[in-house]
Design a protein around this ligand. Sequence first.
Ligand code: SAM
Length: 227
Amino acid sequence: MALHDHWVQERKHEHYYKLAKKLNYRSRASFKLMQIDDRFNIFRDGDSVVDLGASPGGWLQVAKGRVGDRGKVVGVDLKYIKPLDGVTTIIGDITEDSTMRELLEVVGGKVDVVLSDMAPNVGGHYSTDHARSVDLCMYAVAVCDRILKKNGKMVMKVFMGDMMDSLMEELEPRFASVKIHSPAASRDASSEVYIISKGFYASRKVKLSNAPEEEIKPEFTSKGGNI
Ligand SMILES: C[S@@+](CC[C@H](N)C(=O)[O-])C[C@H]1O[C@@H](n2cnc3c(N)ncnc32)[C@H](O)[C@@H]1O
């Protein structure tokens, strides 16, 4: 990257970082979700929302603010999430069946919106980071299959790469509209993009494993197959 581009990118990073601090948001990422919502109208008053990869809680703050007092927001993360008024949190790994079960229990029905800002620990090896990111996205899709309402919406982060087509092939049969978007608050050099999907067709019949400790392994199929 040219030195000037790097400088511009760092300034932008710093700008959103300072703004988050000033406005009491827990992460710079908050602005990405605000910008996505402003453009794609994700949240409505009273909506129920599940946020995967929610720590430290910036997206939870934005979601809660936008769905209002009647809305219900649940966040899941491997890491601790400092309590937030009106938000329920689950500490767990969404790739584990036990976390999925806890989520189903806490939510107790279907939700209007599924968010995922999940990111793998990046190791600097581009294609491995991409593959891990797509894998997490597949788990987020599996969550939609279980708890997203008909006509529900999903916003999901992914690191771009050559498996994007497989991911889109999973999303397109499930949603009426699937769009890739990069909000202004994303760093220019970052390979991350957000996939905004709307109009979930219906939940498929997904078999729940009987053994709680058994892992749920989503399959990659070109037909948008079940997990
Ligand atoms: C970019 S951060 C999310 C930031 C958050 N949206 C915010 O605004 O505060 C990505 C999060 O994904 C979480 N994560 C990664 N893999 C996960 C998994 N398998 N299950 C649950 N959370 C996961 C990480 O622990 C990390 O906190």
